[in-house]
Design a protein around this ligand. Structure first.
Ligand code: ADP
Ligand code: MG
Ligand code: MG
Length: 883
């Protein structure tokens, strides 16, 4: 086996595509060499050695020793230098580098090969004693920390004490002699800590560093990082050993990092920082303030420190040329590390640069314009989830923030408004054209109208899956949940945070991106949906096969979803319409009625309201498909809960409180998720489904008349498990359709279909499809019923399951392809068999999750449906799945 790959002097054994074997850093160093760029020569020990090391009790393949010696020979041939040779001294860096960049890994060791003797050789050769001893002390510090495990602070303390004694402020002020004293103290410290002296033999130093890199693959930081980023342990890390170049060789030397384009805006301009007379991580460590690379950036930043362009024009010019070359070669924005040794530029790293969502769009679109990449490549490069950042107003990053509390970043975007403590107040304010932030201990279904009316929602209790969080995300409203340090006093109308008391009407701002609660108004940046965003979306639309619909029941959501490019409504949950205003009163009357007659009377009051709801949605969707789900939740959700509420409702409805209490008790369920809900309601009380069907068809007739573009309503029956349930309800719907057509003399095209959200329905899909004209996979309930896990109760153990590796991800966030997905596959196949061309879609949270969307494409669904703010994400993800 070939364990080592060399690079240097315009040639390399590896290349950029060898990332799995050489790690990202090693592969790109090799590639840069082959491109003829100035890269100090070196070699990469492969990730396979790392795996060998762990498979064989932390030992090395037998030939590795000889292979490393041969690779050192390779460096010697190019540089004329060898480790430990006082005439022609070679120093190296030892750098870790996995397939994916991993901040949890070992820090780089620089200047390896220095000892009490070779440091003199370095001083003599460079003619700079100060430089030599500065390098040596850096080496002792790094090596002792990274390889020998002596704490970094121990050395910092010694250095700070010395600097204070000597009256120095900066490290660069220390003289050679002063560094020599520091070195003596450092070495004494190491000996004290380890009971043996700092290793002097370069070979021992080198093997120590190589072993430390491999060991670091299993350190706690790296393991945690891998878990958080789904990086498998089997990847392993490579080790890069490379001849040193020196950015700390005086005033004509420097080190720096740069992006080929601006990583926050995407602007096509070299962007970066450097430090004169510095080495390695000094730039990022913040020891001194770094300087701008270009003049333009320096002027923009208002800095009085000279740019690299001004200070070292020749090195700057080569750097500009190289950065252009690398960007063209990799066809992507690059993140570069470089060092200038006495005026000569050396490249030490390149990789594709991390960027904001905004920059990602701009870079991709610009590169298409420049002919560097195709439209499909541009579409493939954007992380769909990152679009979320772009669809909401955000706090101007330059604005000062007066943070009064922290909660969870439950729903993205920022919002400013007056504090209100009830949903009714929020609605009142909205009617007056004022902006409200709804502040609640927690929210419930009865707050829907208030959440709609406010700019943002703040709760003091509840997590990322609390009612407030889930509903706010669905509405695309900013939400901070569980801000536990806030105390809300509804009676007094105050909210208190660490001694600050705010009253109803005071202005606050919430930042749903990071969970901050801020006092007062803060300047915002508005989302920009034209330009680059629109271009990428257009290309995505051209590439995708699946349609993207939205889950929406309010006109505002439907309009917003249209503006985000939704191609219809995939799920209109009618129950939300029964909470608003007078409707809840009629709804409660219906529930309290003792007879069918009584129920029909109450339902007659709801009919015109439902009809006008649907009419408005049909108008907004102008001819696009609209799927309406019949009433789904159990009836007790509509009844008051606390004694105070019961008393209030009793007086509004003019019924005895006892009767209300009694009905509430009757409707009580031990497990409402599996209770009297969905089509079971329609079977027990067909008049409810009939009223809803009538509202749908009458609205369809009217919308057809008004807009001229006839709607094809899709009536959806929820929670079907037994084919006869569906047939029973469908017969009622068909009957209503027929009578509406007879009454109006207008023909209506419509479909009646079902949700597939119970395992039995998936298994009996062929029989159900004999009468059902479409399926919509309700994967929220299907996940609950397949796993037998209630989503509301999963929080207490799912995270533990993840940590123990029993489940890889939350199945409510990303579809469980093997289990729930298999049921979807089965149902899709059976459905198509019984009814070729049957329309298949997915509603529920998974419809907006990129990984789940990929699965939907595989199964060949016709559309996905998601909340309005996820529509652009779904459009892009559907395109990527199809590419
Ligand atoms: P990281 O993975 O943390 O970026 P690197 O291995 O890239 O670590 O090393 C960090 C820095 O150390 C580099 O950016 C560079 O400035 C410096 N460095 C690494 N190798 C050398 C070398 N051979 N000569 C000079 N500086 C080096
Ligand atoms: Mg680096
Ligand atoms: Mg459901």
């Amino acid at each position: 086996t070939k364990w080592i790959y060399t690079f240097g002097d315009g040639a390399a054994e590896g290349r950029a595509t060898d990332k799995n074997l050489l790690g990202g850093k090693g592969a790109n160093l090799a590639e840069m060499c082959s491109l003829g760029l100035p890269v100090p020569p070196g070699f990469t020990i492969t990730t396979e050695v790392c795996n060998w090391y762990y498979a064989n009790g932390k030992s090395y393949p037998a030939s590795l020793q000889a292979d490393v010696d041969a690779a050192l020979e390779h460096i010697a041939r190019i540089t004329g230098r060898s480790l430990g040779d006082p005439q022609k001294l070679l120093l190296v860096s030892v750098r870790s580098g996995a397939r994916a960049s991993m901040p949890g890994m070992m820090d780089t060791v620089l200047n390896l090969g220095l000892n009490d003797e070779t440091v003199k050789a370095l001083a003599a050769e460079s003619g700079d004693e100060r430089f030599a001893y500065d390098s040596y002390r850096r080496f002792i510090q790094m090596y002792s920390n990274v390889v020998l495990g002596v704490s970094h602070d121990a050395f910092e303390e010694i250095l700070e004490d010395r600097k204070a004694d000597l009256g120095h402020e900066l490290d660069t002020e220390l003289t050679a002699a002063e560094w020599r004293d520091v070195i003596a103290l450092y070495k004494a410290k190491v000996e004290e800590e380890l009971g043996k002296p700092f290793p002097q033999a370069p070979a021992e130093q080198l093997w120590g560093a190589i072993g430390a890199v491999f060991s670091s693959w299993m350190n706690a930081r790296a393991i945690t990082y891998r878990r958080l980023h789904d990086i498998p342990e089997s990847w392993g890390t490579a080790v890069n050993v490379q001849a040193m170049v020196f950015g700390n060789m005086g005033e004509t030397s420097a080190t720096g990092v740069a992006f080929t384009r601006n990583p926050s805006t995407g602007e096509k301009a070299l962007y970066g920082e450097f430090l004169v007379n510095a080495q390695g991580e000094d730039v990022v460590a913040g020891i001194r303030t770094p300087q701008n690379i270009t003049e333009a950036a320096r002027i923009a930043a208002g800095s009085d420190k000279p740019s690299l362009q001004k200070l070292m024009p020749d090195a700057f010019e080569s750097f500009v040329q190289i950065s252009k070359k690398l960007e063209e070669h990799y066809r992507d924005m690059q993140d570069l590390e470089f060092t200038i040794e006495r005026g000569k530029l050396w490249m030490l790293q390149t990789r594709s640069g991390k960027r904001t969502a905004k920059a990602a769009l701009k870079v991709a679109v610009d590169m298409v314009k420049d002919g560097l990449i195709s439209q499909a490549e541009a579409v493939a490069r954007i992380d769909p989830a990152s679009l979320d950042q772009l669809l909401h107003p955000t706090i101007n990053p330059k604005a000062p923030r007066d943070v009064i509390a922290m909660g969870l970043p439950a729903s993205p975007g920022a919002a400013t408004g007056e504090i209100v403590f009830s949903s009714d107040e929020a609605e009142d304010l909205a009617k007056q054209g004022r902006k409200a932030i709804l502040v609640r201990i927690e929210t419930s279904p009865e707050d829907i109208h208030g959440m709609h009316a406010s700019e943002g929602i703040l709760t003091t209790r509840g997590g990322m899956t609390s009612h407030a969080a889930v509903v706010a995300r669905g509405m695309g409203k900013p939400c901070v949940s569980g801000a536990g340090t806030l105390r809300v006093d509804y009676k007094a109308g105050t909210v208190t945070a660490r001694g600050v008391t705010l009253n109803k009407g005071d202005i606050i701002t919430i930042d749903g991106a990071n969970g901050q609660v801020l006092k007062g108004a803060v300047p915002m940046l508005q989302p920009e949906l034209s330009g680059d965003f629109a271009a990428i979306m257009e290309w995505a639309d051209a590439a995708r096969r699946m349609k993207v619909r939205t889950n929406a029941e309010t006109p505002a959501d439907a309009r917003m979803a249209r503006s985000f490019g939704a191609e219809g409504i995939g799920l209109c949950r009618t129950e939300h319409m029964f909470f608003e205003g007078d409707r809840i009163v009629a709804m409660r009357e219906m529930i309290l009625a003792d007879t069918e007659d009584g129920r029909r009377k109450a339902l007659a009051k709801l009919l015109p309201m439902q009809r006008s709801d649907f009419l408005e949605l049909f108008e907004i969707m102008a001819g696009l498909p609209v799927t309406i789900r019949l009433l789904d939740p159990p009836l007790h959700e509509f009844l008051p809960k606390t004694e105070a509420e019961i008393a209030e409702v009793a007086s509004v409805l003019n019924v005895p409180a006892d009767k209300l209490r009694q009905r509430t008790d009757e409707l009580h369920e031990f497990n409402p998720m599996l209770g009297h809900r969905g089509c079971r309601l329609a079977v027990s009380y067909p008049e409810i489904a009939e009223m809803q069907a009538r509202a749908i068809f009458e609205a369809a007739v009217e919308a057809g008349r008004e807009t001229g573009s006839p709607v094809v309503p899709e009536v959806m029956v929820p929670l079907v498990g037994i084919e006869k349930e569906f047939d029973y309800v469908k017969a009622r719907i068909d009957a209503v359709a027929k009578s509406v057509m007879d009454e109006t003399g207008v023909h209506i095209d419509y479909l009646v279909g079902t949700m597939i959200e119970l395992p039995r329905a998936a298994i009996r899909a062929d029989v159900i499809a004999e009468t059902a004209e479409f399926f919509s996979f309700g994967t929220n309930d299907l996940t609950q019923t397949t796993f037998g896990i209630s989503r509301d109760d999963a929080g207490s153990f799912l995270e533990g399951y993840r940590q123990k590796g029993i489940v890889e991800q939350d199945p409510f966030v990303s579809i469980d392809v093997e289990g729930v997905g298999e049921l979807v596959r089965i149902a899709a196949g059976k459905g198509r068999k019984a009814r070729p061309g049957i329309k298949l879609g997915i509603c529920g949270e998974h419809g907006g999750d990129p990984a789940s969307i990929r699965f939907c494409e595989e199964v060949g669904l016709d559309y996905v449906s998601c909340s309005p703010f996820r529509v652009p994400i779904a459009r892009l993800a559907a395109a990527q799945a199809a590419i």
